[in-house]
Design a protein around this ligand. Sequence first.
Ligand code: NAD
Ligand code: TYD
Length: 359
Amino acid sequence: MRIIITGGAGFIGSAVIRHLIKNSDHDIINIDKLTYAGNLESLKEVSAHQRYHFIHADICDSVAMHQAFETHKPDVVMHLAAESHVDRSIEGPAAFMEANIIGTYTLLETARKYWLTLNDNGKHVFRFHHISTDEVYGSLGETGLFTERSPYDPSSPYSASKASSDHLVRAWHRTYGLPVVVTNCSNNYGPYQFPEKLIPLMILNARTGKPLPVYGKGNQIRDWLYVEDHARALCKVVFEGQVGETYNIGGHNEKTNLDVVRTLCAILDDLLPNHPNGITKYEQLIKYVTDRPGHDMRYAIDASKIQNQLGWKPEETFESGIRKTVEWYLANGAWVEHITSGEYRHWLEKNYSQRTEMA
Ligand code: NAD
Ligand code: TYD
C-alpha cells in the first residue's frame, strides 16, 4: 500500500513511520511542514529507505496537497499533523485553529476529491485515519473512564480545535461517504518527544539542575501510553478497523503528575548519581507553580473496544517504559541539542517566568 502520513516528523508520526518501515512493505509518504515540533532527525534510521518519501508542505496548502495525492496516489492517509501543546494553545490559539481545523478541512477535501476519482475497489480500500486525543472529552471526576460514547466537552483551545477536527472528519463520512476511522488516545511518552511536554521537560531540567515546574498541586491525573504501543494501535485500526468507527486508545496507567515527576527523579538519582548544583536528590528541584488555566483534572481511557474487537493491548508497562525513556534522553543529547533552538528556549523561559512559585 501507499500511505500518506501527515506530521511524520513529529513525536508520534515518526514512531509510526519507523514502525511501518521496519515491520511492513508499505510505501510511506511523509507530509510535514517542519514546525518547531517537526524534526527529520527523528527519522534518521529509516529516511534512506527506498520506501520512504518526504514532502515538505503545509496541510493548509490545498495546491500542495492535491499535488501530493496526484503524484503518490495513496491507499491510506494517516493524519497526525497538528499543533499539539496545550500551554502554547493558551498563549497563541490562532496557529491551532489554522493547523488543526483548517488543515484537517483542507486534507479532507483533498482526500474526498481524490477518492471520487478511484475505481470501486480503490474506493473500497481507501481509508482516512484521523488521529486525535482523549482531551476532546474534557475532564473526568474521581471515577469513570472515557468511552467512545463520552460526550465532547473540550477545555483548552488545543482540545477544542481537535474536537472540531474530529467533527469535520465524521461529517465527511456521513455526508460524502469518505471511509474514515478516528482514534482518540491518552497522553503518550517515549523517545523523540519535544521537551515542552511534561516527561521530557522534567528529565532535561533535572539533568541540568533547573527547577521542575509542577502546575498547581500536581494532583492532576493522566493515563500514560508508551508511544510505540500507540504506533502499533494506529496500524491495527487503519488496517483492521471498521469504517466510520472510533477507537479509544489508552495505557491503563493512571498517574498523578507529581507521581510521574517523583518517579523520574528516582530513576535519575539511580542513573545520574552526581547531582548538579549541590542537591542530593532530584526531587529537591520540584517547584509548585501557578496552575494552567482550564486545567483538566483527570483523563483515563476505557480501551476495551480496541482490545476486544482488534486484539490490541499495550505491551510496555509504565515502569519499563519510563526507565527506557529516561535512558533514551540521557543517551541522545545531540538530538535534544539540535531541536532546542533559540525559539524554544525563548518559549520555555517565557512560560516559566509567567508562573508564580507557590508555597
Ligand atoms: P508533535 O507536535 O510532536 O508533532 C506534530 C507534527 O505535525 C510536527 O512534525 C509538525 O511539523 C507537523 N505539523 C504541524 N502543523 C503542520 C501543518 N500545518 N502542516 C504539516 N505539518 C504540520 O505532535 P505529536 O505529539 O506527535 O501528536 C501527533 C498527533 O497525535 C496530533 O494530532 C495530536 O493531537 C495527537 N495526539 C497526541 C498525543 C500526545 O500525547 N502527544 C495524544 C493523543 C493524540
Ligand atoms: P502535557 O505534557 O503538556 O500534556 P497535556 O496537557 O496534553 O496532558 O502535560 C501533562 C500534565 O503535566 C498536565 O496535567 C500539565 C502538567 N504539567 C506540569 O505540571 N508542568 C509542566 O511543566 C508541564 C509541561 C505540564
